[in-house]
Design a protein around this ligand. Structure first.
Ligand code: HEC
Ligand code: HEC
Ligand code: HEC
Ligand code: HEC
Ligand code: HEC
Length: 239
C-alpha cells in the first residue's frame, strides 16, 4: 500500500500509470515533452466518479454554501487567480468558530469542530483529504475557466447541496474534450459562475437547451474563446 491510502485509490491496474506518459510522448513527439517522463506514475488517474473520502471534520457545503449563502471565494481564495483552488486554512474557519470567542464562537463546544480547534491551538493544519486529482501529465488551470464563464457546477456538480463533497465527473481526457469542442453548451456570464443554480433565461418558446446555446454562442464571441483547433491541441493540456 502507498503511505497515503486515502489519496491513492487507484482503480486502474498499476502498469497503466507507467505506460500512459510513454504513450503521450510517443503520440505528441518531440523533446519538449521529455519532462513528462520525470513525472510518470506520480499521479493517480482521476477516473473515480463517486469518490468521497471521509474527511477529518464533517464540513458541510450544504450548510455553509446552500444555507448560509457563502461564496466559494471566501474559502477557495485563489480559484479565480491561479491554477490551483486553495483549500482554506484553519484561520478562515476561526473567523466564525473561535473557541475563545464568547460572542461569535459558533458551536464552540461542538465535537465535530474539535480538530479545527486543536489545529488553531497547535498551529498544525487540518489534514483534509484531496478529492479530485488529475495525473501529473495533464495541465489544468482554474482561473482560465472561471474567468471565462465556466462554472464550478460544470465540473463539480451541485456542491452547494452536498453534505460531503464527492467527485461527480470522470475528469478524463474525453470529458475535457467534449466541452473544449463545444464550450457554448456550458458558458454563462462570468458574474454567475459562483451561482451554481443559474439557468439561462428562456425567450419565447425556446427550450432551456436552445437558450443555453444562444447565450453560449454570444459569450464565446464576447469572451474571445479560442477556436476548436487550439482548444483540442495536445499542447493545450500536455505542456
Ligand atoms: C466555508 C468555507 C468553504 C466554502 C464557502 C466553500 N468551500 Fe469548498 N471546501 C471547503 C473545505 C474545508 C474543503 C475540504 C474538505 C472537503 O472536501 O469537504 C472543500 C472542498 C471542496 C472541493 C473538493 C476539493 C478536493 O479535494 O478535490 C470542491 C470541489 C469544493 N470545495 C467546491 C466548492 C464550491 C463550488 C464552493 C462554492 C459554491 C465552495 N466549495 C465553497 C471549504 C469551503
Ligand atoms: C461565516 C461564518 C462561518 C465560517 C467562516 C465557517 N463556518 Fe462552520 N458553521 C457556521 C454556522 C453558522 C454553523 C451552524 C449551522 C447550524 O446551526 O446548523 C456552522 C456549522 C459548522 C459545523 C457543524 C457543527 C455542528 O456541531 O453541527 C462544522 C463541522 C463546521 N461549521 C465547520 C467549519 C469549517 C471546517 C470551516 C472552515 C473551513 C467553517 N466551518 C467556516 C458558520 C461558519
Ligand atoms: C473546467 C472544470 C472545472 C471547473 C470549472 C472548476 N473546477 Fe475545481 N477542479 C477541477 C479539476 C480537474 C480539479 C483537479 C485538479 C488537479 O488535480 O490538478 C479540481 C480541483 C478543485 C479543488 C481542489 C484543489 C485543487 O485546485 O486541486 C477545489 C477546492 C476546487 N476544484 C474548487 C472549485 C471551485 C470553487 C470552482 C468554481 C469557482 C471550480 N473548482 C471550478 C475542475 C474544475
Ligand atoms: C465545461 C467546459 C470545460 C471543461 C469540462 C473543461 N474545459 Fe478547459 N476550458 C474551457 C474554456 C471555455 C476555456 C477558455 C478558453 C479560452 O480562454 O479561449 C478553457 C481553457 C482551458 C485551458 C487554458 C487554455 C489556454 O491556454 O488559455 C486549459 C489548460 C484547459 N482548459 C484544460 C482543461 C482540462 C485538462 C480539462 C479536463 C480536466 C478541461 N479543461 C475541462 C472549457 C472547459
Ligand atoms: C482539454 C485537455 C486535453 C487535450 C486537448 C488533450 N489531452 Fe490528453 N489527457 C487529458 C487528461 C485530463 C487526461 C487524463 C488525466 C488523468 O487521467 O488524470 C489525458 C490523458 C491522455 C493520455 C493517457 C490515456 C488516456 O486517454 O487517458 C494520452 C495518451 C493523451 N492524453 C494524449 C493526448 C494527445 C496525443 C492529445 C492531442 C491529440 C491530447 N492528449 C490532448 C487532457 C487533454
Amino acid at each position: 500500500m502507498p503511505d497515503n491510502p486515502g489519496r491513492k485509490n487507484i482503480v486502474f491496474p498499476k502498469w497503466v500509470n507507467y505506460l500512459l506518459p510513454v504513450l503521450i510522448v510517443a503520440a505528441v513527439g518531440g523533446a519538449a515533452y521529455a519532462p513528462l517522463f520525470v513525472n510518470y506514475g506520480m499521479g493517480a488517474p482521476a477516473l473515480k466518479v463517486g469518490y468521497m473520502p471521509q474527511q477529518p471534520v464533517p464540513f458541510s457545503h450544504k450548510v455553509h454554501v446552500g444555507q448560509l449563502g457563502m461564496d466559494c471565494r471566501y474559502c477557495h481564495t485563489t480559484v479565480d487567480k491561479a491554477a490551483f483552488a486553495a483549500i482554506p486554512p484553519t484561520e478562515t474557519c476561526i473567523n466564525c468558530h473561535n473557541p475563545q470567542d464568547a460572542v461569535n464562537g459558533i458551536r464552540k463546544k461542538s465535537e465535530k469542530l474539535a480538530p479545527v480547534h486543536e489545529s488553531y491551538i497547535t498551529g498544525k493544519p487540518v489534514e483534509w483529504i484531496e478529492v479530485h486529482q488529475l495525473a501529473e501529465y495533464a495541465f489544468f488551470d482554474h482561473q482560465a475557466h472561471v474567468n471565462k464563464g465556466v462554472s464550478c457546477v460544470s465540473c463539480h456538480g451541485r456542491v452547494d447541496r452536498m453534505e460531503v463533497v464527492y467527485q461527480v465527473e470522470p475528469l478524463s481526457m474525453s470529458w475535457c474534450l467534449d466541452c473544449h469542442r463545444e464550450p457554448e453548451k456550458h458558458l454563462r456570464p462570468v458574474e454567475e459562475v459562483y451561482n451554481l443554480g443559474w439557468k439561462p433565461q428562456v425567450v419565447g418558446n425556446e427550450t432551456l437547451e436552445q437558450a443555453q446555446l444562444r447565450i453560449g454562442k454570444e459569450l464565446k464571441e464576447k469572451y474571445n474563446i479560442h477556436d476548436r483547433a487550439y482548444m483540442t491541441a495536445c499542447s493545450t493540456c500536455h505542456r
